[in-house]
Ligand binder design. Structure first.
Ligand code: PLP
Length: 390
């Protein structure tokens, strides 16, 4: 087996159909989408088709609610900073302790600019206490920003219920759906509570460096990037045409593959999880198994150094991760710490993120390989453990 890629929460393979859709816009059809001549108009038309496709994927009938960006981080920054700039008297933000760093570090930065931030805690399963959310709402709360699905554990938050609480007040609701798009159904028509929603192309088989922000009609948002009149004055700069067209194609494909994510990919993830738990002692799954993205499992390998484990797995051609790609497993995951794990437990944890590109036969290979590797590493740490770990 050449390699088994199990790091799909970090990034995904570009679908061949996506690449084929993009190619002409990197070669022959290179005109500027804002040029009024025929060549430019044709490119614009294709870009607008991509906007329609993203809108359909999200379940909105208004393509003008889609703003193209450079990815999840920019969408999130545009949403949060844009709302705050449009409502300067409101200085309070509510988010959670387990958000991606693109939200957490932005909030930390905003705290230095006289904003107050409430970080909602999660329980040992990674779930929020909605009463805590209710209690934390203040007169000057500008926005609530929560993730749909966690990038490290796959845990899904009850977005509808959260939105209903938020909408008892005049507060903007932003959802970071970067890990949810393409993995769980999203229908903004049935979720009128959501004002803003961020997504990123490279998490659902489109290229890196492209994303979108859904901005519901009527939501007041100041632009983050100022310059030309692109994206209805909500995001200046020449659009990343080919990647946008690629993301349009990926959006068209996503509902077709969603069924596969929910059945075959889920089955593979469950096989991997049960296989590992059955064959290797002292393992624990992090995050509720009730509501998780179908492709993710996060497992603590008690007593082992996660980084060492990952390095050894690489020797067998298996690629997973110790949490968010951005932190590289050097510091204990803030998500697992928030879930009450000790720093040692957090550093012993591995995130496996599957996709439709994983073949059925890969799972047995990974389970067998990890069984051997863990047994070996535990023997090195403590030769007396040999008996337990085999
Ligand atoms: N939000 C979540 C939950 C993520 O997992 C990521 C990326 O890993 C981001 C935001 C940032 O997205 P991007 O890499 O497109 O900037």
């Amino acid at each position: 087996m050449d390699s088994v890629y199990l790091d799909n929460n970090a990034t995904t393979k570009v679908d061949d159909k996506v690449f084929v859709a993009m190619r002409p816009y990197l070669t022959n059809h290179f005109a500027h989408p804002s040029s009024p001549h025929l060549l430019g108009t044709k490119v614009r038309q294709k870009m607008e088709e991509a906007r329609d496709l993203v809108a359909v994927l999200l379940g909105t009938t208004h393509p003008d609610e889609i703003v193209f960006t450079s990815g999840g981080t920019e969408s999130i920054n545009t949403a949060i900073r844009g709302v705050l700039a449009a409502a300067p008297s409101r200085r309070h933000i509510i988010t959670t302790k387990v958000e991606h760093v693109s939200v957490l570090n932005l909030c930390r930065h905003l705290a230095t600019q006289a904003y107050r931030i409430t970080y909602l805690p999660v329980n040992r399963e990674g779930m929020l206490d909605l009463e805590e959310l209710r209690k934390s709402i203040r007169e000057d709360t500008a926005l609530v920003s929560v993730m749909w699905a966690n990038n490290e554990t796959g845990v899904i938050f009850p977005i509808k219920e959260i939105g209903e609480i938020v909408k008892e007040h005049e507060i903007i609701f932003h959802v970071d759906a970067v890990q949810a798009v393409g993995r769980v159904p999203i229908n903004l028509r049935t979720l009128p509570q959501i004002d803003l929603l961020s997504l990123s192309g490279h998490k659902f088989h489109a290229p890196k460096g492209v994303g979108a922000l859904f901005v519901r009609r009527g939501v007041k948002l100041s632009p983050l990037v100022i310059g030309g009149p692109q994206e209805r004055m909500r995001r200046a700069g020449t659009e990343n045409v080919a990647s946008i067209i690629g993301m349009g194609k990926a959006s068209e494909l996503a509902p077709i593959y969603l069924q596969e994510e929910d059945t075959r990919v889920r089955k593979l993830r469950d096989q991997l999880e049960t296989g590992l738990l059955k064959q290797i002692p002292l393992l624990r799954v992090n995050g509720t198994r009730e509501t998780r993205t179908p492709n993710t499992t996060n497992i603590t390998f008690k007593g082992l150094d996660g980084r060492k484990l990952l390095k050894t797995m690489e020797g067998d051609g298996i690629y997973a991760s110790s949490g968010a790609a951005c932190t590289e497993g050097k510091t204990p995951s803030h998500v697992l710490l928030a879930m009450g794990r000790t720093p040692e437990e957090a550093l012993s944890s591995i995130r496996f993120g599957l996709s439709r590109y994983n073949a059925d036969g890969e799972i047995d290979y990974v389970v067998g390989s990890l069984r051997r590797i863990v047994s070996h590493l535990r023997t090195i740490i403590n030769p007396m453990q040999r008996a337990v770990s085999q």
